[in-house]
Design a protein around this ligand. Structure first.
Ligand code: ZN
Length: 333
């Protein structure tokens, strides 16, 4: 809380300095001084912790210069099977605010928060979305909540609103900044939503079923109309059985499924095996639950969505079908 005190003191000083300077200085200089004061950043940035890299990017967009964001589960890493480290305990202990996806994604988080003794509020960014259920591949009677809500851009927009409100709650002085940052970013997400819809609309109905490692694209499927079949369930905790894999191979053959994709967070061996058995080529690397490394093809949420749609389109209808609707994306690596 020392951070908050320093921060408040700084703000108070700025408020006092403004009118005092205006009284003593020439009007032009006073105006300049006031402008500088308004632009001055708080000395201590708000320390935000995000559980996964995708959330961290959304927090950076809403928080801008006022917020330092650290991530627990980094790029290309799997949140379902994550083992927290002593470094994570320290990150939470020093946090002003914590952002989690919720919907059962971060089962390891409750204990981690307790261990850290942090007093920072936890913001569940998926609050307010319509959660969807999914049956467990291995046990159809067992219904689970699907945590991958960010795969529909409309849900990511709700995430951003929750993040904005969470930041304002711990840093009310930054409200106008967070409001403006979030509004600008939400505009970009609206455009992204249109791009994704337009790109998927170009894929013929008989080529819209694909294979992916784990069941992470149901929200995407609901929103945009591709169908995904996965040998692993909504979590990556359990390896698929030989029977599950055989079922997938049979489906690819009987339904003539045109493409198999590999996720960045998954072991490539399973998809290699399926591709080998069926003769269907691996369509590309898909970023499901984590961003790529910085400078990679999916280093931000917007790049992740664009990259994935580009890979789906390329594998299903060829390169010409979509480059016009997804401008500015980087070449696949
Ligand atoms: Zn997942």
């Amino acid at each position: 809380m020392a951070i908050e005190r320093t921060f408040m003191t700084t703000r108070r000083r700025l408020l006092i300095a403004g009118p005092a300077a205006a009284f003593f200085a020439a009007p032009a200089a006073a105006q300049k001084n006031q402008q500088e004061n308004q632009q001055e950043k708080p000395q201590q940035k708000i320390k935000a912790v995000a559980t996964i890299s995708i959330l961290a990017d959304l927090v950076r967009n809403a928080g801008g210069d006022r917020v330092d964001v650290t991530t627990l589960v980094g790029p290309n890493s799997d949140a379902h099977v994550y083992s927290p480290t002593p470094g994570d305990v320290r990150k939470l202990a020093g946090a002003d605010v914590i952002f989690v996806n919720g919907l059962g994604l971060e089962g390891w988080m409750t204990r981690l928060v307790e261990t850290s003794g942090t007093k920072a509020p936890t913001v569940v960014v998926s609050k307010g979305i319509a959660p969807r259920n999914t049956e467990d591949v291995r046990d159809p009677a067992r219904v689970k909540i699907d945590p991958h809500a960010w795969q529909a851009v409309a849900n990511a927009e709700i995430y951003v609103e929750n993040i904005r409100d969470g930041l304002i709650a711990v840093d009310p002085a930054g409200k106008s900044v967070y409001d403006a940052n979030a509004a600008a970013y939400l505009g970009k997400l609206d455009a992204l939503q249109n791009e994704v819809e337009a790109a998927v609309a170009k894929i013929p109905a008989d080529r819209r079923t694909v294979i992916i490692n784990h069941d992470s694209f149901r929200y995407f499927s609901d929103a945009y109309g591709l169908t995904f079949i996965a040998p692993e369930g909504v979590s990556t905790e359990a390896e698929p059985s030989a029977k599950d894999v055989a079922k997938i191979i049979m489906l690819i053959r009987t339904q003539k499924i045109p493409a198999v994709f590999l996720e960045n967070i998954s072991d490539p061996r399973l998809m290699d095996e399926i591709a080998r058995e069926t003769g269907v080529a691996i369509g590309g690397k898909i970023y499901s639950d984590a961003l790529s490394e910085p400078g990679g093809p999916a280093a931000t949420y917007i790049e992740l969505m664009r990259h994935n749609v580009y890979e789906f389109s390329t594998a299903l209808i060829g390169r010409e079908g979509h480059t016009a609707v997804i401008p500015g994306r980087r070449a696949p690596e």
